[in-house]
Ligand binder design. Structure first.
Ligand SMILES: [Zn+2]
Length: 469
């Protein structure tokens, strides 16, 4: 018994075409023209709709603990929001406390994610290059976790030195794993923050003024130099500054990749000057910047100077954002549900790039970089039947009340986006229909990630993908 999807326009990273799909046992079995059902098959009419691979968000923070508070969404509500927004796979993080055994932290995180509705994986955050840490990388990779995140920011908590970064990169390369870097210049930011506080600057805008774009560029330069030596596939997460994007874009010959997030494309730093807690609601690191940075990031997405858009979804309730000065606000914005709509609007609807390029940025490229491709991120025979049905003639109002996450605020509240996701399949089953999330908590599966291959990574760099027929 198969499911036949007929009459839609299939979009992959390779382009788009009117075609039909046959789905069996949760996977795409056949892509072709005028497929005929037999008597046992069910048929889904996709006339007038785009049929896209399920979106992959490789950067979420569900149930993230900072001190004694947690981010607003757990894996249940966060993945419900993801499905409503067309995202069928998320990659979250394991963030061990300093001194905690990373593998015990992985196991604890697995338990926390048991109520996920989407498929999922993790990246493991590392804070040093000790032999124990490198051994933990081996063990994590054997568990199917092939992404390791390090910070050049936060000297008092997470920061690694350039030498430590290289040791971690060397081990990651042996394991076929990705290194993800939060690239900000920790000591420089620390100095600017102390200076601002000494001068009595406590307002929220100083969060941005003490994290200037040039320090982000400087940190990305350190990473690019390390990648040049080590040749380890590396992604700079949440790029916000044009200086940073330019270095990545110019590193065409290196396995260096760039991620940005919807907030850096759509929101500027004037949000940090809004009254009361509204300003604090827009704190994230790196910070929101100015129009010229936003314009540059859109340009780099269109030209593949940047390679994927994930969300860094990490809202905290407004009550938790009240703080006596800008250094004590828990940072992070929501985005896991609105990502597709915002990128469709700014990317396709406003004429910056094609539907298939949108699929690359939101689905295929994060899948390749995370070692999930071609199981995820593609519409090819053998791929999981994770599919998004998108009606370009519909529209999507955004309101805090109707979003599926638990955040009590949203920076896009009140917007009406063009286009509408009308249905989502995960492994061949309907998990969202007409805006209603049907998947139960716990339906999601932990996905083992494959070692990265240079051939697939070069597709991300070049934008050239195999034709499916
Ligand atoms: Zn993050």
């Amino acid at each position: 018994m198969a499911l036949l999807i007929k009459g839609g326009t299939i979009v992959g990273p390779w382009g788009e075409m009117p075609a039909d799909l046959r789905i069996e046992n949760g996977r795409i079995q056949h892509l072709g023209f005028d497929l005929e059902p037999d008597y046992r098959d069910s048929v889904l009419d996709a006339t007038g709709l785009y049929v896209l691979p399920g979106m992959v968000d490789m950067h979420t923070h569900f149930y993230l603990r900072i001190g004694d508070i947690y981010s607003a969404d757990d894996f249940d509500s966060g993945t419900a929001a993801a499905l409503a927004g067309g995202t069928t796979t998320i990659v979250d993080f394991v963030t061990p406390d300093r001194g905690e055994d990373p593998i015990s932290a992985v196991r604890a995180r697995m338990n926390e994610a048991e109520n996920a509705r989407t498929d999922y994986s993790f990246h493991l955050c590392l804070m040093d290059d000790s032999d124990d840490t490198l051994d933990a990388m081996d063990e994590a990779a054997s568990m199917g976790i092939r992404g390791f995140k390090v910070f050049l920011a936060y000297p008092d908590r997470y920061m690694v030195s350039p030498a430590q970064l290289r040791r971690i990169m060397a081990r990651a390369r042996e394991l076929g794993a990705l290194v993800l870097v939060h690239a900000e210049d920790g000591p420089e930011v620390e100095r600017l923050r102390e200076e601002a506080l000494e001068q009595g600057h406590t307002g929220v805008i100083w969060h941005a003024r003490t994290r200037p774009s040039w320090q982000e560029g400087r940190a990305v330069r350190v990473v690019a130099d390390a990648v040049r030596d080590m040749r380890t596939p590396t992604v700079i997460v949440h790029v916000s500054a044009k200086e940073a994007a330019e270095i990545i874009s110019d590193s065409k010959e290196l396995p260096l990749f760039g991620e940005t997030c919807p907030q850096y494309l759509w929101l500027d730093e004037s949000r940090l000057m809004r009254p009361g807690v509204e300003a604090a609601a827009h704190v994230c690191s790196p910070p929101l910047r100015t129009e010229d940075h936003m314009k540059a990031l859109w340009g780099h997405l269109a030209s593949l100077g940047l390679h994927e858009v994930s969300t860094d979804h990490c809202p905290f309730e407004l009550a938790l954002r009240e703080a006596p000065d800008f250094t004590r606000i828990p940072g992070g914005l929501p985005g896991v549900e609105t990502r597709f709509g915002l990128l469709y609007w700014g990317g396709v609807y406003q004429g910056r790039f094609s539907m298939s390029h949108l699929v690359r940025l939101l689905s295929t490229n994060p899948a390749v970089l995370s070692g999930l491709y071609p199981k995820k991120g593609e519409i090819l025979p053998g791929s999981d039947a994770d599919l998004v049905f998108f009606d370009p003639h519909g529209f999507t109002p955004i309101s805090v009340d109707s979003l599926h996450g638990r955040s009590d605020h949203d920076p896009y509240d009140g917007l009406v986006l063009p286009g509408q996701i009308v249905g989502v399949l995960s492994r061949g089953e309907v998990v969202m229909d007409g805006g209603e999330v049907i998947a139960e908590p716990g339906r999601g599966r932990f996905i083992q990630r494959q070692p990265l291959s240079s051939g697939r990574l070069s597709m991300v760099k070049s934008g050239i993908y195999p034709w499916p027929l």
